[in-house]
Ligand binder design. Structure first.
Ligand SMILES: [Zn+2]
Length: 74
């Protein structure tokens, strides 16, 4: 019998952003602010998994937010 009880830290994990590999705290609907935006754009599912056409959607996503810097080579 071990004298040191294993401390369960799942409470902390539960409060992390659901997106894979993200260590930020949840801000909205189980995601951090950034990944909530990803979720809204359909880049990730509600459990934080990237969708099959993530690369394509991510391109659109970044393009959407780079309008201000889209002055180069028109
Ligand atoms: Zn996140």
């Amino acid at each position: 019998m071990s004298k040191a009880k294993k401390v369960d830290t799942t409470v902390v994990a539960e409060e992390r952003c659901k997106s894979e590999g993200c260590k930020h705290a949840q801000a909205r609907f189980t995601f951090c602010d950034e990944h909530y935006e990803w979720f809204k754009f359909g880049l990730i599912t509600k459990v934080g998994k990237k969708v099959s056409d993530f690369e394509k959607k991510y391109t659109h996503y970044t393009a959407h937010f780079s309008k201000d810097t889209a002055k180069k080579a028109a």
